[in-house]
Design a protein around this ligand. Sequence first.
Ligand code: SAM
Length: 213
Amino acid sequence: MRLKNVPGSKEYIAESKFVIHDETERKGKVREYFANDKPIQIEIGMGKGQFIYAMAQKYPEINFVGIEKYSSVLLRAIQKMEEEPLDNLIFIRMDAEEITDVFDNGEVDKIYLNFSDPWPKDRHAKRRLESRQFLERYKKILKDDGFIEFKTDNNDLFDFALEEVDAAGWKMIAFTRDLHADEKLNEGNIMTEYEAKFSAMGNPINKYIIQKP
Ligand code: SAM
């Protein structure tokens, strides 16, 4: 996904009105930007933002925040917003490890994790966005009955994610090993860029929905 070295992407992002910029005090900035009290849903590792942009178009009654670590990828999402701006979508360039510095306790309604990087080496397990370490961070920023929805075609990552859900004591609401064949869970499904790519190759898509303990 990383589009290496897009020249000037950092500078371009620094100027963008569709990005919440780094400041000493980052908490409260998202609410301040939207200036309303609609629920907030976030996608962590949104890549070029195809999924979250489509979600924001479909659900104008919700505020969406797209989080992405790399400027070169985020740039593509910003360009789409410049073509057709949406007032319920904003982006943050950051590493998800800092998520509790940006959102207040209980500020977020739902978190989407789509086709997260697998970090296959055991010693990197805590970098996976579905690890117990990340679940602990998500627990802080999610409201009391908040949800996480996770999709991936990577079976090893999904197996790991299920173990982490158990270990961290989250409530499993639903899961499937073949989302596109699951009439109920697939209803209204919005495909991500990676989902379209991998399902076209014949890979089944795993999905879980979990609720904060
Ligand atoms: N969600 C998109 C999709 O399904 O098409 C993109 C998937 S891509 C494989 C994973 C994305 O997550 C990459 O753009 C990567 O830069 C981003 N990412 C990985 N770790 C991250 C982290 N710790 N914080 C923020 N973004 C991260």
